[in-house]
Each structure stands twice: as C-alpha cells, then as structure tokens.
Design a protein around this ligand. Structure first.
Ligand code: AGP
Length: 586
C-alpha cells in the first residue's frame, strides 16, 4: 500500500507530484506529505487526511525536485509525524517508502545506539537514517547497501539536498517515467501519465539513480549497471471521472451494463488453450485475496460443476501452507484486480521457484503480475477507482465461467449463457431496481448484524456479500454456507435479525429455501435474492435466472445495497475507513 511519486526536471516539482499523488490515493489515504529541494535545503509539508482535499496554493514549497507520498499506515498512528517523507538527522536526505521494513526494530535500536534521533514511530524512518549513515560512500552505494539490509517487501525513494534522486525496489511496485529532460518515479503509471507515456519498468531487486540529467539502473545484489528499454504505453491519461454520478462506486456498479460484454470478449483460442492446460495440469491452484479470493473459491465450484474438474482455491496469504504440493506440473491461476497484491505476488514467486506455470486474471494492464506471469487475461472492466471492488469482480467471474465451459468442451454454450446474462444485467440495472434496494437499505441501516447464506456456487458469493456490506456500511456482516447454519451460527438469530438468502434456480435451491425457513422460524427477517419469489421471503429482490452465471447476477444487488447503506449512513462509499485499493503489504 502507500503511493510514491518523485519528480526531477526543469519545472516546478510540487504541483506535479501533488497531482500525481491524487492519482495514487487508491493505495492509501490516511495522511500524505511532500518534500522539495530549493537552495540545497529540503522542505517538508505533511497533513493527516486525504490528499484529494489538498489545496496546492497552501503548499508553499518550491523547487524542481520533489518526492511525495500518500500513506496507509502500518507502523505508528495516523499522525503528521508518522506521515512521509521522513528526514535524516542532518536534514540532507528525505525518504518515502511503500512496504514494511520487517527488521526495523533491530535496525532502529542500532541506529539509536549510534546517536541517530528518531522523531516518528514509522518503520520507514530507519531507511533515511541508514542512508545518512552510508552517505559518505556516495548515493548509489548508500542505496545499494541500505536496500540490501532491509527485510520484507518494499520500495523507497531518496531525495538529497543536492537534488539527486535514487530509488530501490524489492517486492513493491516502482516505475520510472521519462519526459522531456525530466524523470518521474512512481508506484503506478497513472501518477505521471498525463506528462509522459514513456516508461522504464524497475524490476525486483533493482535500484536507480538520477544524477544531473541521467537515469541509471543497477542490480541491488551486484551493483552492476542494467540497460533498460523505454516502453511507450498506449494508454490515455487516467480519465476515469464520476460523470453524473455522485460516487465512483455506483458508477462502477452501473458500468456492469458494459463491462460484462467486454470481459466475455476474450481471444477464444487463448481460452481453449488455457482450459486445456487446466485439464492437463497436475494440480491447479486458484489464488487471490479478499474479493478476488472469493472469486477463486467460486472458480473451484464452477470447474467442479461445469467441467467435473477439481481445482483448489487458496487465500493467497495462506498459500505457504500449500507450497509443499507445488511441482513443475502445477498450474497457478492468480486472480487480482490490481495485479499488485503482495500476498498474491508471494504465492506467484513460490510457484515460479518450483517452475510451476502461472496464469493471471487481471484488470490492470502493465501491473507487476502481468509481467511476472507466464500468461495473463485482462478482464477489461476498465479503471476501478472505488476501493470496493464490483465491476472487476463480475468480470473475473465471467472469465472463469468461460474457462470452465471451455474445459468441458462447451465454450459456445458458456459464451451464450454469459451473453444472455450480460443482457439481463443490462435490463436489471435501472432506477426502479435501485430504488427497491434503497428501501431495503433504509430497513437495514440501523441493524448491528446482517447474515448472508448461500450454497454451492452462491456460498462464496455469501462470503463476498459480507465483504461488500462490511466495507461500505461498517455493519457486522457474515456469510455462511446454508447447511452450516444449524451447526452453530443459528444461535445468532433472534427476532428481526436480517438474513439474506442467495437462491439460484439450481440443484440446491430447495435446501437453501429450507435453511431460510429455519432462520425465519427463529424470528429472522429473510431477504431473498432469487429469480422467483417465495413465501419465506419478507423482502424479495428479483434477479435474472442465469443458471451457472448466478454468482454474477446475485452479487450485483448486494453491491447496490452496500452502496445505499453507505450513502444512508453518511459514509464515504469510495474510500471506506482503514482500507486501500491496492494492498502491497503482507
Ligand atoms: C474488495 O472490495 C476489496 N477492497 C479487497 O478485498 C480486494 O478484492 C483485495 O484487496 C484484492 O485486491 P486485488 O484484486 O487488487 O488483488
């Protein structure tokens, strides 16, 4: 998490990095800071809160070289002191950092013993003191030495009072951009895309130094120079705007009218080849985190039901427990919107170390996962700005459904089903539908708990529904497999407890309805999400009858409900508290 941007060139640097920082806010938004060099002096400006609210004219820093940072705190409270950039004791070095310095306690103790004064609780501060300590060796050698000493995944940028910039990447994203006599370093391309589309990818375990008007890349391990290609990115500058919508979240939910079509429109021969690889692999793992993890779980059900093929899903942070089963014949399918999630990247690294093949399902083109995977699919949902994932989720579900049908030798059937589903979603997303769900949100907004049940393909969606409601409304929400209820959770039901039942027209419909009955008998208030109404439902939200694509249609009303709950409770649906869009720490 955390977003980094640096600029060195002939222009006023601070407005450039502040604007860039606003494009990185999805990586964290609890506090931000900027430092620039003017007259061989580094000046810093930091604030708690979102950089989106910053007024450039209030930031009085000048100079042609600057670094900036938007934070998602890991070590130390959300305070100005803990915000980056951090300064060395002599004020001659400033550092911004993304990641975690796992051995910071030991390093800090040593540095304090050597006389360094710490002013924050942040793990990052050790980096700037270490740089100060090694500075006599020259900037390049200092960065190489310090990068080698840090444990954990991280990327950092150092700025000196002389106006030099250097950076290191070990496990967290970092990209360089080259303009006309100017350079940018950032966590992600959109941060500088309005200025240049010429990028140089910094790979893992590499560092760079910008001195005078030259940028040079080096291996952290050997210090040897690495020649880099400049790649021209064929993207338009980040244009995702809210348009007539009040929030990105509702805009992105509504965009599912289009995004499903785009997701399905994959290269058919690639789908068939990958489906064959899945069929022939000696063990396939679907790996992801959070919502993408629930998509992976749905994938396991989809392949079992449609292709009679057993795949394993694993939450990426738990994947180390499965590592002993990796061989060169294993296939890993990594699912990620951002393509930058640290736990997924670690799972990919371990798969690659065993020579297993890695195929990624991603939304962000050019992401780290795209570059480290053997093959990838872009799910084409377009920029997803809201922290709460919606359109990328259904796009991922659509591609996995296609793959499952292709693995069963029924790609045509799968495509027809998904095209019909896309068309039904298009009809479903209308203002009347939204209003019907808003009324439900009114009924639920003051509840302390909401439970969701589902079976088979819709069990992972019950878990995903809970994530949606938790993220936007801060209401305690929990998803259960319908059949598990009577093994414990039913004790939570009392008069009026809301329970959402995800019911598809499938082989588990009757059992799911029976589970809803069991809850109703104990006083529960049943909200049915289903193609047909049923006596057990106190509130019915109709969805299209989508067969094996039911996870796609069942999650959409929940996304709308989550949005409406946030709005009714006066919460920010786009940037919920404590979260970040891209989770680049473990
Ligand atoms: C979804 O609403 C969440 N914000 C979160 O669970 C997310 O899906 C997770 O962090 C994984 O992100 P990724 O898809 O970019 O890897």
């Amino acid at each position: 998490m955390c977003g980094i941007i640096a600029y060195k060139g002939p222009r006023e640097a601070v407005p450039i990095v502040i604007e860039g920082l606003k494009k990185l806010e999805y990586r964290g938004y609890d506090s931000w800071g900027v430092a620039s060099v003017s007259g061989k002096r580094i000046a810093v400006h930091k604030k708690v809160g979102k950089v989106g609210k910053a007024v450039s004219s209030e930031i009085r820093l000048k100079g042609n070289t600057a670094i900036a940072h938007t934070r998602w705190g890991t070590h130390g409270g959300i305070t100005e002191k803990n915000a980056h950039p951090h300064l060395s004791c002599d004020g001659k070095y400033a550092v911004v950092h993304n990641g975690i310095v796992e051995n910071y306690q030991e390093l800090k103790k040593k540095l304090i013993g050597e006389g360094h004064k710490f002013v924050s609780e942040s793990d990052t501060e050790v980096i700037v003191h270490l740089i100060e300590k090694e500075a006599g060796k020259g900037l390049k050698n200092a960065v190489q030495k310090v990068a080698g000493e840090l444990k954990g995944r991280s990327a950092f940028v150092v700025m000196t009072a002389e106006g030099e910039i250097a950076a290191s990447r070990k496990g967290s994203p970092l990209i360089a951009g080259k303009g006309n006599g100017e350079y940018y370093i950032a966590s992600d391309i959109p941060a500088f895309l309005e200025h240049t589309n010429k990028v140089m990818y910094v790979d893992d375990n590499e560092m760079l130094v910008i001195e005078d008007s030259e940028i040079k890349f080096y291996s952290i391990a050997t210090g040897k120079e690495i020649q880099k290609r400049t790649v021209e990115i064929d993207w338009k500058s980040e244009s995702a705007e809210k348009g007539d919508y009040k929030h990105f979240l509702i805009k992105e939910i509504m965009e599912q009218k289009d995004t499903l079509w785009r997701a399905i429109n994959q290269d058919e021969s690639k789908i068939i080849n990958v489906a064959n690889e899945i069929k022939n692999a000696y063990g396939t793992f679907l790996v992801g985190c959070g919502t993408a993890g629930k998509v992976c779980m749905t994938g396991e059900y989809l392949f079992a039901k449609i292709a009679a093929k057993h795949l394993n899903h694993a939450i990426a942070s738990e994947f180390p427990s499965y590592e002993p089963f990796l061989t060169s014949k294993t296939l890993m399918i990594a699912v990620s919107q951002s393509g930058e999630t640290a736990d997924v990247l670690e799972a990919i690294e371990s798969a690659k170390s065993k020579k297993a093949k890695v195929i990624s399902l991603l939304n962000v083109f050019g992401s780290t996962m795209m570059r480290v995977s053997d093959e990838f699919f872009i799910v084409n949902a377009g920029t997803e700005k809201a922290v709460v994932s919606t359109k990328a989720t259904t796009a991922q579900l659509a591609v996995l459904t296609l793959l499952a049908y292709a693995a069963a030798g029924k790609l045509g059937e799968g495509k027809r089903l998904l095209l019909d589903t896309a068309s039904a979603v298009n009809d479903m997303l209308n203002p009347r539908y939204e209003e019907h769900i808003r009324k439900l949100a009114e009924r639920l907004r003051s509840n302390e708990n909401i439970y969701i049940i589902g079976r088979s393909l819709n069990y992972p969606m019950a878990l995903e529904a809970a994530i949606k409601i938790q993220e936007t409304s801060y209401i305690h929400a929990e998803g259960f497999a319908g059949g598990e209820l009577k093994h414990g959770p039913i004790a939570l039901i009392s008069k009026g407890t809301p329970c959402i039942a995800l019911v598809a027209n499938d082989h588990v419909k009757d059992e799911t309805i029976s589970n809803a009955m069991e809850i109703k008998s104990r006083g529960g208030y049943i909200i049915g999400i289903s193609p047909e109404n049923n006596d057990v439902f106190d509130y019915w939200i109709k969805v299209p009858d989508a067969g094996n694509a039911s996870p796609i249609v069942n999650i959409i009303p929940i996304q709308i409900l989550a949005y409406q709950l946030a709005v009714l409770k006066g919460l920010d649906p786009d940037m919920p508290r404590n979260l970040a869009k891209s989770v680049t720490v473990k």
